[in-house]
Ligand binder design. Sequence first.
Ligand code: NDP
Length: 285
Amino acid sequence: MATIIDGKAVAAAVKERAAAQARELEARGVTPCLAVVLVGDDPASASYVRMKERDCAEVGIESRDHRLPAETPQDELDELIDRLNADPAVDGILVQMPLPKHLDAESVIARISPEKDVDGFHPESLGRLVRGLPGFRACTPAGVMEMLHAYGIDPTGMDAVVVGRSTIVGKPMALLLLEANATVTVCHSRTRDLPAVCREADLLVAAIGRPEMIDSSYVKPGAVVIDVGINRTEKGMVGDVDFASVEPVASAISPVPGGVGPMTRAMLVANTLEAARLRADASQS
Ligand code: NDP
């Protein structure tokens, strides 16, 4: 029987810490503030934004809502980003993805000031991660690291396999595990004999976007399995891991829902608090 890694509980602890930091900052005259930009009316994006704003309210972060119509031209979105970059009261800027197709997401991400890049997607933030410098780490992989830490799972010396090489999850995940002294293999759709590579893993992270693809035939007995996947199916939300098949084999496993998802949101709050702390320190130095 595997230990079930309770992302909700770890996220609650992260948010409690954040709330205490927010109170300290308030006492120094700084109200942490996250600007949330939503373009269009995609229901899933609107619901993510609502949850993020609720998290902010819970810990004492002011959130400023910027809702733009789906047909907003690039220059108007750029102007908004510029205004938010220049606003000294705004600590973090979150542009909810995906953007409507006529907008250039890469240039929007690159336009956000790296000091306010609380999503950790900016090329400078990723460059800082590669160079081992301080900076904002992408929330999902940072959340996975926090979960492992909370459960006393030290990646040092482990053979870690990350399935998925996206810029927001797979690649930063691999780099964070490398930073934590794991020996890391990154897999993707062209990997030959994926089950065999995965079976070598002491720590397996699935960030694929394929419902329940990873079953016990991919898992070495005793491995730690982290399921990043969020897939909406007829039977509800499921991960990339077939929980029923893998749980009896793994030593620890994160469920979906209630695993990595809540951690991603908690790390956004933590990053925003960090941005606000840096602002408070800079204004008092
Ligand atoms: P992407 O679609 O950007 O990347 C998916 C990756 O999986 C790609 O690298 C792709 O390979 C690889 N892949 C796809 N099919 C296979 C296959 N059959 N075998 C091996 N590799 C495969 O997705 P994201 O990284 O954005 O997200 C991954 C999952 O995580 C999704 O379910 C998403 O919803 C979820 N997610 C969850 C979050 C959370 O908070 N829990 C946050 C962000 C994402 P290739 O590069 O070769 O195409």
